[in-house]
Design a protein around this ligand. Structure first.
Ligand code: PBG
Ligand code: ZN
Length: 331
């Protein structure tokens, strides 16, 4: 009898078809949501310098991008608006003629088979770039809640499928839920950015959405990267307030948070592979330091393996295409 153990894990790795069969994680295009940046105007596609392949798009240029995502089977798009004008209160956030409500309507009118998510936050709409109204230099939590609720209702009126508050004010899910219900949208889902960390990985996004704070930071409302148990407090609170899905953000550097949340709740767990995660992969790939496609798929697989069922990612359409061509490549 051989001295070698009978257990040989390599047996199930012997061919692509075996590996495919025993895979514990399976990415699918329907689990991806593509973030998009909408600007007023026509025929505008401003490249976002720090995010190759991503643009600030006017609605006429946005629709083909949404159509391509839908054709690839991508599950959703999430819209961020860059308004023509910003003010202290961020009133543009609930303007029914603002870029996001107009874009939602245009996507709905196009009849494309894809969900439309509306991000709810004030920072793209305030002149100071903070996520709510200011009292001195502090973001005033309770004064911000009615503004977020107004924005959510404006996106609901336009036809959004999912309302996604990303501001990290306490009590926002309850405020938005009751405003939506009062407006007759008790069937409309909320995905709360429950565990959103104060992260350096948002750098490129702040270029894209022109939403960097004019002074200070977001450390008094976004979560401290040191904490994971606190994420469960946030998640529990948001579910008690009526959230239908909960999000962890960023994704790749916070896989432990994703798995902790997955182990605790039975609603869909969403993860946001943020701008900095995307840009780092793109920058290394552009230098030929890594294989971009391979790391793209590996990063998404890791996020799914840790427990996310839905992934917001700037790779959504590219990864969806990759999934549909992958089988032939791996044979
Ligand atoms: C706005 C918001 C941010 C992101 C999503 N919504 C930026 C921030 O909080 O500064 C980041 C997304 C990304 O980096 O891709 N509250
Ligand atoms: Zn914000």
């Amino acid at each position: 009898m051989s001295m070698f153990p009978v257990v040989r894990p390599r047996r199930l790795r012997a061919s692509a078809k075996l590996r495919r069969m025993v895979a514990e994680t399976r990415l699918h295009p329907a689990m991806f949501v593509l973030p998009l940046f909408v600007v007023p105007g026509e025929d505008i596609a401003n490249p976002i310098r720090s995010m190759p392949g991503n643009f600030q798009l006017s609605i006429d240029r946005l629709i083909p991008v949404v159509a391509e995502a839908a054709a690839a089977g991508v599950g959703g798009v999430i819209l961020f608006g860059i308004p023509a004008e910003k003010d202290e209160e961020g009133t543009g956030a609930w303007d029914p003629a603002g870029p996001v409500p107009e874009a939602i309507r245009a996507i709905k009118e196009s009849g494309l088979d894809i969900t439309v998510w509306a991000d709810v936050c004030m920072c793209e709409y305030t002149s100071h770039g903070h996520c709510g109204v200011l009292r001195g230099e502090i973001v005033d939590n309770d004064a911000t809640l009615p503004l977020l609720a107004r924005a959510a209702v404006a996106y609901a009126d336009a036809g959004a499928d999912v309302i996604a508050p990303s501001d990290m004010m306490d009590g926002r899910v309850a405020a938005i839920r009751s405003a939506l219900d009062d407006a007759g949208y008790n069937e409309l889902a909320i995905c709360s950015y429950s565990a959103k960390y104060a992260s350096g990985y948002y750098g490129p996004f702040r270029d894209a959405a022109d939403s960097a704070p004019a002074f200070g930071d977001r450390n008094t409302h976004q979560m401290d990267p040191n904490n994971v148990r606190e994420a469960l407090v946030e998640v529990e609170q948001d579910l008690a307030e009526g959230a239908d899905m909960v999000m962890v953000k960023p994704a790749g550097p916070y896989l432990d948070v994703i798995s902790a949340v997955r182990a605790t709740v039975d609603v869909p767990v969403v993860a946001y592979q943020v701008s900095g995660e995307f840009s780092m992969i793109e920058a290394a790939a552009a230098n030929d330091w890594i294989d971009g496609d391979r790391v793209m798929m590996e990063s998404l697989t890791s996020i799914a393996r840790s427990g996310a069922g839905i992934i917001l990612t700037y790779f959504a359409t590219r990864a969806a295409h990759k999934l549909t061509t992958q089988k032939s490549e791996s044979q």
